[in-house]
Design a binder for this molecule. Sequence first.
Ligand SMILES: *Cc1c(COP(=O)(O)O)cnc(C)c1O
Length: 485
Amino acid sequence: MNTRLSQLLADLEQDTSADVANAFAGLVVDYFAATRTGDGRVSTASTPSEIAARFDEPLPQSSRPVAEVIARLERDVLADCNRLMHPRSMGHQVSAPLPAAVWTEALTGALNQSGAVWEMSPVGTIIETQVVRWMCELAGYGPGAGGTFTSGGTEATFAGLLAARQAALPDAWTQGVGANPPVVICGEHAHYGVARAVGELGIGTGNTVVVPSREHRMDVDALERTIGELVRNRRAIMAVVATAGSTATGSFDDLDAIGRVCEAQGLWLHVDGAHGASALLSSRHRGRVAGIARARSIAWDPHKLMLMPLTASVVLVREERDLEAAFSQHAPYLFHAREGERAWDQGVRSFTCSRRIDALKVWVAIQRYGALALGSLYDHLCATAQALFDMLETRPDFRVLHAPESNILCFRYVGTRHRPDAELDALNLELRTRYNLGGDGWITSTVLGGRRVLRVTMMNPRTTSADLARVVDGLSRLGADLEPR
Ligand SMILES: *Cc1c(COP(=O)(O)O)cnc(C)c1O
């Protein structure tokens, strides 16, 4: 054996030791501690090229002591990462993850069970099946329901719509969708993943029909008119996509009303609940998703409002066989089901082949904290958005654009005297950039009703009302500085 290989084999064994484990875990513990009090920056002020310069080196050819690599992680990686555990991190829909789920990630990696086939993940497959079953029950689905973990809401919606396509066009798998495919109806605030799925499925994005919103929700009267028109024009409809927790404002479509319309017309309803389906855990907010069981398929991201680390997402279907029909290609060397028996292999219902058991961290978090506490956490994050709304309503220099329905709030800096909207658009855009660069807090912005607005998403249980006040004051001071005199 050459010396390089024998050195490597020795290193591999050394790296299984508690000392090395503690050194890696120590980075995480230090990060959790350093972000607890809200000291330090939320995000980096470095530019992409500054960060790139730090990592620009020839391919390392030889081994290094593990301590050196860990020191470099601390110095070069941790220093400029977005610190989502910081209480004034209020940007995108990415969580300050639950610690028990974070620690489980190392175990998931160590065990490296592959999710498609039961024989490769004899416990992982069962845990995934069980977590999916709990989620189906929360959604109000019956015993015939099922689902699978996915890489995110984007894949979950893709899989739900693939199942819808299979139901509408059973020959599409082998023959393609033909020259006159059915249309997909969605709300104007639908996530871009819906249009993307329609494109990927060969339906053509030109066959998406967009229903306007009223108060950031799908206008159900307009939906009925749209369906009526399509039916009169003899256009087939593949699916209606409703949103539970929209990306811009966290608003919920009326799933019960939309579900009734779809049932009356025999239409497949897919609910994009990537953000908001976690309301099912909450006793206070569950009403927002009333009627969700009317959906034939649901996308739901535990990596959003169940605060899982990336990634953990599921697609649920009311009839498990709909998902199996969607992926109706069989790989006999892999999947084993006896005639008439349900296949445990999740690969028969999934887009992916090799896949981590992301269900394990969800299962651990539910074991450790309990579903009721996760529901309270959902309520807490919504209450934090509501507290910010209440705070902003009292201020003359801000205007809130909607009452929060979940943990997302859009608002606009309007300054100290009247200014034209276009000027305020530019001012708000600049305000967001400059505020984030300052490092004291981190927010996003979006365009709502054609106007540039500021947007926050509460994804961190550590955020307090003192943090909210500090963000508002910081934005107000900076806004005043940026206002043209
Ligand atoms: C986040 C989100 C998505 C996309 O989900 P990913 O997990 O990022 O792929 C889709 N729809 C809605 C409503 C979302 O909030």
